[in-house]
Design a protein around this ligand. Structure first.
Ligand code: RAM
Length: 360
């Protein structure tokens, strides 16, 4: 998929429908059929001895992670694993550590986790790895220097593509003019941080009549901690600190939803875009509060992460740079940093939201 698709609602729609609708189901059927033909049994090549896998989101009450877990559970079903969705109510490292400790105590075989804090959870992950638990991060990784705490990380797409796409979306809406602020998740989240880092120089070099509110990226960035109430407060803090703000990018499903709700409630004129779950954003796209948001398919992200974990436990995948693995119909290669990427984000507008809101 190329970059032009980020801007093309209709083409995105066509491709996404195939990806989003097709992922899990077809693959498992094909795989089972092949196995039946060759072995006469219904065992698949990667199916194995009832692994117990913990699926841990940044916080359990975030809609995005319910979709992520849906994909994870689908893979678990295909692979004969038992998967439990467990995690904290608040998206912080210390809150996740308590659950990681529980995973160790209860002797899970693997942990698939989106790191709420790229550093705070590392000692607990290392302890889990030492206890023989296979760890795959997915959605949000640990800090690069702690990459050996996990087998591999499964991320949506290269950071710069996610960051620059969001700048293009806001630029389009504000007519390439005015100052922009960011309403992020937690300051400790690796995923939002790398996207924001990519936004900074791109906006400055691509849009001469746009700027970061307050004069630089740091002054323009506010943190809602993936908490709905705090995100609304931070949205209002942006408006009061920068009354001339032309646009807000919220690279978090929690933040962009809070911003849309508050924009509507206040009748604010600021443009809002970012990474939104279509099912949550549909009302605000349908009523014109929001023109465009984007996101990858979180169902795929959870699905692929479970495959990587099980293949790792089976000794069929070691996570090394250059190694490859398959999950359903997709195949993935591990690149520098121990990362496997899914693909570019899709965009959602009034033209395709009706379809996507039914999927995730
Ligand atoms: C929130 C979380 C998640 C991020 C999405 C876009 O749900 O912060 O980590 O990937 O937004």
């Amino acid at each position: 998929m190329n970059n032009r698709l980020l801007k093309s609602g209709l083409r995105t729609f066509a491709l996404s429908a195939v990806v989003a609708l097709g992922i899990a189901g077809c693959a498992s059927t094909a795989e089972t059929e092949t196995a039946e033909e060759t072995t006469g049994s219904t065992e698949t090549a990667t199916e194995s001895a009832e692994y117990r896998i913990a699926i841990m989101p940044k916080a359990i009450n975030i809609g995005y992670f319910s979709a992520w877990d849906e994909g994870a559970q689908k893979a678990c079903e295909e692979l004969g694993a038992t998967c439990d969705y467990i995690g904290p109510n608040e998206a912080t490292g210390p809150a996740q550590v308590q659950f990681i400790n529980q995973v160790i105590q209860e002797g899970y075989d693997a942990l698939v986790i989106s790191a709420a804090d790229q550093n705070a959870i590392v000692p607990a992950l290392q302890e889990a790895a030492a206890a023989g638990i296979t760890i795959v991060t997915s959605d949000a990784d640990v800090a690069a220097e702690s990459a050996d705490a996990r087998l591999v990380t499964i991320l949506p797409s290269a950071a710069d593509r996610i960051g620059t796409a969001e700048v293009d979306w806001v630029a389009e809406e504000v007519g390439e003019e005015g100052c922009v602020a960011i309403l992020s998740a937690a300051a400790t989240a690796a995923n939002q941080n790398v996207w924001i880092a990519a936004m900074g120089p791109y906006l400055e070099s691509t849009y001469p009549n746009m700027s970061w509110c307050g004069g630089d990226l740091e002054s323009a960035t506010f943190y809602g901690d993936d908490d709905a109430t705090k995100s609304v407060e931070q949205f209002n803090a942006i408006l009061s600190q920068y009354p001339d703000v032309a646009g807000i990018i919220a690279p978090t499903t929690v933040g962009v939803l809070a911003a849309a709700q508050e924009k509507k409630a206040k009748g604010a004129s600021v443009a809002v875009t970012g990474l939104g779950l279509p099912s949550e954003m549909a009302p605000y796209i349908e009523d014109g509060t929001i023109a465009k948001v984007g996101l990858w398919n979180p169902i795929d992200l959870g699905y692929v992460a479970v495959y990587a974990a099980v293949l790792g436990m089976n000794g069929e995948f070691d996570g090394s740079v250059g190694s490859t693995f398959s999950a359903g119909e997709g195949s993935y290669e591990v690149v520098e940093g121990g990362i496997a990427y899914l693909g570019d984000p899709f965009t959602f507008t009034i033209d395709n939201i009706a379809t996507f809101k039914e999927i995730y």
